[in-house]
Each structure stands twice: as C-alpha cells, then as structure tokens.
Ligand binder design. Sequence first.
Ligand code: 5GP
Ligand code: 5GP
Length: 223
Amino acid sequence: EVSKWREFDYFALALQWPGTVCRGTRQCCSYNACCRGSNAPSEFTIHGLWPDYNDGSWPACCSHSRFDIKEISSLLSALEKYWPSLSCGSPSTCDGHKGTFWAHEWEKHGTCSYPVIRNEYDYFLTTLNVYFKYNVTKVLSEAGYVASDSEKYPLGGIVSAIENAFHASPLVVCSGNDVEELRLCLYKDFKPRDCVVSSLVQAGAVSSKGSCPKYVRLPVYVS
Ligand code: 5GP
Ligand code: 5GP
C-alpha cells in the first residue's frame, strides 16, 4: 500500500552506542543483546533508518504493511550482530500490538521510506549497506575517540571527525555526559548531508532533548 503521507525529504541513519544504552538494561529479556556478554558490541549499532522532513518533523506508520520475519530470513545473522535490540521494552507497533525492535522500526519508519525503499527486505538490506558504507565507529577511532570510561572527549572533536570524513554534520544525542546516539543524515541517493536541527530547537522554543555537554564520554560496554 502506498503511503498516505507526503514523501519524506531525507534519511537519518540513527546509530546507538551500546555502552550507554545497555547501562539501563542489565539482567533482562531473552532477545536482549545486553545479556549476551560474549559478543558484546564495542561499536555503534543500528537503531533505525528514519525518513525525515526538512522542517524537523517526520512521518510515521505510513502503511499497514506488517513486519514478517520470513522476508528477512537471509539477513538475520547480520541483523542480530549489527542491529541488536539493547533494551527490554517490547515496543508497540503502529496498530498497537507488541513487536520486536525490528518490527517497530519497519512499521513506524521503514514504511515511510517509500518510494526510495519499497518493501521490508529492501529496508533492512539498504540500512545494513548504508551502515557498512559509513563506518562511524571506524572514523571516530581513527581520530582517537575510542570506548573509555575515564576519557572525556570534546563534542566538537567528535563532530569534526565525522564532518571531515563524510562532509556533513551529524547529530549527537547524549544521556548525561555519555553519547547515546549518533545520527548521520543522507539524501535520497544516500550521499551524506547535514542533519536538520528543528527550527523550534534553534529558536530556543523547546529544549533539544538529549543534547550533549561540551565534553562527552563513550562508555565501555559492560554485560
Ligand atoms: P526520543 O524522544 O527518544 O528522542 O525519540 C523517540 C522516538 O521518536 C524515536 O525512537 C524515533 O522513533 C522518533 N524520533 C525521534 N527523533 C526523530 C527524528 O529526528 N526523526 C525521526 N524520523 N524520528 C524521530
Ligand atoms: P523509537 O525510539 O525507535 O520510536 O522506539 C524504540 C522502541 O523500541 C522503544 O519502545 C524501545 O523500548 C524499543 N527498543 C527495543 N530495543 C531497543 C534498542 O536497542 N534501542 C532503542 N532505542 N529502543 C529499543
């Protein structure tokens, strides 16, 4: 079914930092990657690929296409590794049923990426490909920004490292002093572009939730 929404303007690839996200999630849920110590991720993992509008808003739940894990069976080992669920909450999907993290991301965001992305398989494959193409963890570690509980890094240095590598400004989201998410924005042809800071935030009318202090940490993942 075709989207009932106005077509989106650009994508945000939302990446999460396991060392920060997992702190809230120690001993829980069966599908929770936080509980799997042996393959603890020490790199940004995928939160989702999000269609956005240039005014800072975004469409959500654009069709009734229900998530079907069978459509992505050939991608599951990659998704478990690079797109793990790191939180215990089972998210609700667009029509209110409980689903997995993947179901939530496809139904809420993926369905709005039409016509650039046309189906569930295409959504997950495209997101993995973009994640591999723009390796944010590698760019940061080459600039000296590696996981550490003691080091504090200048936010401006992290942003500059990404800007130098991809020629576009990312958005960084923090929880206290800790980097929780990094969003890399992309045109519809998947070339990098600047992320949009909503005009309400720019005007100071609303505070930007999760905004970062001048010095931030990339905490080590503990399971
Ligand atoms: P939060 O309020 O935790 O920042 O975001 C809650 C949810 O709102 C996110 O998981 C995501 O689904 C959606 N969201 C937040 N910011 C954006 C954004 O800039 N673009 C899009 N497309 N969705 C967002
Ligand atoms: P969003 O922020 O994309 O709208 O929603 C994320 C939803 O998925 C929340 O309901 C959250 O509880 C659930 N969830 C499951 N695993 C994860 C995860 O690894 N990261 C985040 N941010 N949310 C997760």
